[in-house]
Every structure is written in C-alpha cells, then in structure tokens.
Design a protein. Structure first.
Length: 428
C-alpha cells in the first residue's frame, strides 16, 4: 500500500444528493445554515443542480430531475439501507446535543430520533429531510488521536450518552503500572449506548462481567421496508429505462433536407419531392404517446392552418415494440384527434430519423424553398406544466422570416421531448 497523501491534501468539500422537491430541500437545509451559492438549470428545466454552502466550507450539491411529462420523478431513498451502495447520510457536529435536538424538534423541520450513544462512542440523533434522507447531528467528546486509535468491540466498557468516553492507557505501560480502573456504571437513559473500547491494542477492562450492550436509536416506522429486486442494467443506448426528456441535436443551419420515401398512415407512399415546390418545408418528427407532442398539438394545428403556402409533413420513427401506441392505428387516432390534414409517415427502419438528425418527439426541421435548413428547435417556450402559453411563437417567427427571405436569428431554442424509441440491435 502506498503512503498516504500529506496532511491537509484532502479536505471536506461537498456531499451530493438527488432530491424530489428542490424548494422543500432548500428550506430544510437552510435551517442548518446552508445558503445558495450557485445554481444551474438546463434550458428545458429537466435538470437543476444547486450548490448550498455552510459558511465558507462544506457544500451540498442537490440534483433535481423532472420526468418526460414535466412531473416530479419518484424519489428513491437509500438512506435507510446501509448494506446497499449509495449515499446514506451526512452529519453536523454541535456543542450541546440535547439543546440542539430540542431546538430542531421545536422548529418542526422533520422527524427527529432520540439521542443515542453510537458504537464508536459518539452521541447523536437523526432528523429526516423531505426525501427521507437521514441527517445526523453529533457531539463528539472523544479524546481522539490518530496515533492512538480507538479499537472498539461489542462488549466491555460502554459509556453513557452525554458523558465523555473513558481514557485508557497504551497497550504496554511502564513496568508495574496497574491497568486503568473501569469507568463508573452508566446512568440509565432511554437510548442506551454500546461498545467496548481499547486504544491501539490496549488491554480490556478489569475483572468482572461487562455491562450489557446498550441499544441503538429507534427510528419511527409506519411500516417495515419492502425490499425491491435488483434491476437489470439496460444495454448501452437502451430506451427501455426510466423516461427522461431529450433535446434536439441542433443540426447545422444550411444542411440540405435528406430525401425520403415513406408509407403514409392513410395509405400510399409519400416522397420528399412530392411536397415541393413550396415556399418552405416543415418536417416534424412526432409520436402519439409522448406528452410533449400532445402538449403542442394545438400549436402545430394552428401553424399549419395559418401558413398554407408551406408544406408540412409528420414522421414517426418510434419502435412500436417499445411504444405500441405509436403504431399505425395509434397515429390514425392522433390524426382524428388533431384534425391534421398533412401527411403522417411511418419510418419503421428509422433511417430517415437518422438522416435528419432527429433525437426526440417533437423535433422540428424548417427548410427554405431551396431545401436548406433554416430553423431547428422548439415550436414555443411551453412545456407540460411550465405555465408558458402554447402559442407556436418561435416557429411562427421562424416561418415568417423564411417566407420573407431572411435568416432566422440565432440562437435557436432546442426542442425537448420524449426520446425517439430506437430499435435495439439483436444480441449475438
């Protein structure tokens, strides 16, 4: 084993936690003195990374995700299952543990356990945060020394909570030096304690049976934990995992529109050149199942009616084995629901989606009369649940610029939606 790094090389910096309710978590940790120092929000608000700092030291990095439909994802807590790998808890240290616990209880910020003496002879209690993660508050009165580490066992010399643990001599004292006397019996407490102690391989306590082990803290439980089976990991680039929003790839402006010939859900084959000449061509990669598509359906309907001089075509490239609602029957139902009269094509081989650089539904590509890409991105700023109007403002401005022979000003806002459900390769 290599020598350790010099003292002071590694210092506490941050603890990362994924949270379910970001604002509730900010308020919870604000009680302990954490203050916001930085926050990054993805353009589609699907991910927020927040940094909270305690004074000028310890940083909490909070990750907050949103689902495809804009709702909060389920919260997965690992704080109560120590054998499983993952973030469990973190701790504060305080001078007066009992007074601090009383203040936390009075503040009502979360469920609080009783004070207990841990197996490593540190007094503590836990408070539970809004996502069920346990935050530990400790008072460490041990006289610790890395040159004389405490070596603990399950029996021997317990110490009562609220009292410092006993000091013990080194394993080999001067000749004739008697062993240290045992500590006084622990006072009765509702939380108990536990663990024997020796330092650096020292001897155990004097004669006599050791006191009984003391209990650990008891966490209130509404019901026993239900174990969940270990999930199998998806193959690389799998679309079968939990749904997360995906952004368009922002193909370079000026890219020519790839050719295609695809079957229509209403029968027959539609080719790219069947749609031109036109003042502009709008290619929309859509689906029936995705809430992001359903959210902008009214805007797309209005745009197609407002600009009859442009050609509009919709393409669905999803693997119907993954998204069965996107089969021909589902897409016909979507046409009936929306009243769309433009062609709706099925890209079963997914070659057209790849040629266009489509990544999500909805994903829009607006071409000028020469079939050069003039705009790619969002219809408007609305997303499911964000309260913005579904008005097609961004696409309307882009179409207006193209029809006037002007470039669409950059930057273009990327579209956001459900990932295209790519067909996965067969396993060999």
């Amino acid at each position: 084993m290599t020598d350790p790094a010099p003292a002071g090389t590694f210092r506490p910096h941050h603890t990362a936690i994924t949270v379910g309710d970001l604002e509730a978590s900010k308020a919870f940790y604000g009680y302990f003195g954490f203050r916001l120092i930085a926050e990054w929000v993805k353009h589609d608000k699907s991910l927020t990374i927040t940094h909270l700092q305690l004074d000028e030291g310890w940083v909490l990095e909070l990750f907050h995700y949103r689902n495809d439909d804009g709702t909060e994802p389920p919260v997965f807590t690992v704080g109560n299952n120590l054998p499983e790998t993952g973030v469990k808890h973190f701790g504060f240290t305080v001078d007066d543990l009992a007074a601090t616990r009383a203040a936390v209880v009075a503040a009502g910020i979360g469920e609080v356990t009783e004070i207990a003496r841990g197996r490593t002879l540190v007094d503590y209690f836990f408070v539970r945060d809004p996502d069920g993660m346990y935050v530990e508050v400790v008072h460490d009165s041990r006289d610790t020394d890395w040159r004389r580490p405490l070596l603990l066992t399950d029996g021997g010399w317990p110490a009562a909570a609220g009292q410092p643990p006993p000091r013990h001599g080194r394993a080999r004292g001067p000749p004739g030096r008697p062993p240290p006397p045992p500590p006084p019996p622990p006072r009765a407490t509702p939380w108990g304690g536990g663990g024997g102690v020796r330092r650096g391989g020292g001897s155990g306590p004097g004669p006599g049976p050791p006191p009984p082990r003391l209990g650990r803290a008891r966490f209130p439980r509404a019901r026993p934990p239900v174990p969940s089976p270990r999930p199998s990991l998806p193959r690389p680039f799998s679309t079968r995992g939990p749904a997360m929003p995906v952004s368009s790839q922002m193909v370079p402006i000026g890219t020519p529109a790839p050719d295609f010939a695809l079957p229509s859900v209403t029968g027959g084959t539609v080719r790219r050149d069947d749609l031109v000449p036109a003042d502009a061509l709008l290619v929309a990669f859509l689906s029936n199942h995705c809430p992001f598509v359903r959210h902008i359906e009214p805007a797309l309907t209005a745009l197609a009616e407002e600009f009859p001089q442009i050609a509009v075509v919709a393409v669905c490239s999803n693997d119907t084995g993954i998204a069965p609602d996107d089969d021909a029957i589902g897409l016909k139902a979507q046409l009936g629901r929306t009243g769309w009269t433009f062609p709706y094509l099925i890209d079963a081989g997914q070659d057209v989606a790849r040629a266009y650089g489509a990544a999500c539904t909805p994903d829009f590509f607006l071409y000028d009369a020469e079939l050069r890409l003039a705009y790619r991105g969002a219809v408007d700023d609305s997303r499911p649940g964000n309260g913005e109007p579904v008005d097609g403002a961004r696409m309307r401005a882009a179409v207006t610029a193209v029809l006037a022979g002007r470039a669409v000003p950059e930057p273009h806002r990327a579209s956001i939606g459900c990932s295209i459900k790519w067909t996965e390769p067969e396993e060999s």
